[in-house]
Design a protein. Sequence first.
Length: 459
Amino acid sequence: MSDALAPSHLRVLNPATEELVAVVPAATRDDVDAAVARAAAAQRAWAAAAPADRARLLRRFAAAVDGHVEELALLEVSEAGHTIGNARWEAGNVRDLLEFAAGGVERLSGRQIPVAGGIDVTFLEPLGVIGVIAPWNFPMPIAAWGLAPALAAGNAVILKPAETTPLTALRLAELALEAGIPEHLFQVLPGHGDTAGDALVEHPGVAKIVFTGSTRVGKQIMAKCADRVKRVTLELGGKSPNIVFADADLEAAAAAAPMSFLDNSGQDCCARTRILVQRSAYDRFLELVAPAVQAVAVGDPLDDKTQMGPLISRVQLDRVRSFVTDDLTAVRGSAPEGPGFWYPPTLVTGAAPTDPVAREEVFGPVAVVLPFEDEEEAVRLANATEYGLSGSLWTRDIGRALRVSRAVAAGNLSVNSHSSVRYWTPFGGYKQSGLGRELGPDALTAFTETKNVFISTEA
């Protein structure tokens, strides 16, 4: 494709081979205007439908996704470079999110509040048209984090996928129609962020924006939404700690550490990229974790044995390389040579807490190991970042686990594990990691407006 076509089209490259996968038309501002008008009309009918009917159609949508898990997974491999195992999980997660959201439709109830002189009731009403701007690192599940509860709550959804990963989103829209989701209720508009994305954020007919991406872009979106008093949910960057105390099961902590920052090639806001180890256990932990990092299988994403694939793009590869400078000591695994955006698993052991690699979000397969003396210093180091999305701590002391969990400023913490995301529990960050919460039992209410009605019973 010639460069002259670039503004009006998106080029989708396979990150493992650099081969062209697809050329997709890029939406314009006029396309966004037309989509919002169609969505608003479809939303009114959808909101008026019986809750059971909405739930039934969402379950059909989930079943359609379930019947095409392998197809969606292969699309994800080709456009995002994810390992086939991860991609299958991601497609299955979309199915599960739709099922979970469908179960909430008929439980989305208001309250009756005691008052004098009458009765007072509240109603949870849909907002209208929701704009979801999804990232390239987890294109399918994060898109579903917004679209599933928003549809369940009676809204219409316009999804703008990332420029590099539009294919799974487009296929999900087709499956929604095949399942009976009303036309125009769920639309996908691939496009450039500064065109389609901005148009969606700025459009007066869009009631809320759900954005996952960088903190820099999130701040810009928040400012534009503030100017219009538009609701916004932001899931932004992270620099999550993995705190290992000397009393922990060091073998288990070391065995789990590599994939806590290498899953999805480190392109994960929840990646545990700062491994904080109590000094008395530091040397032993390094003895255990170094070979575990070097043993991670990096290669063909379609091979079931592969644990880590390529980075998403040349731009991202160059960014990751810039963090691991020659003056740093590092343990490295292996990565394929030749075409593709490959970078080896890398554990930096010679960094100071103030070095960029230890302080900034790398968004690649790189972690640093830093020592600490005691519980107080562990908490101080864990909180010494502008982010607060996720984190882990390893200890056999339940009292310490609770104290440190309460002291670390992060929205999602795991003890003796690295689990961050479950679709039935809340997810979101502190500080510059974001605003609001997604997933969990309250997911649908985030896409509603509360209306209060007082009915006088006085004669």
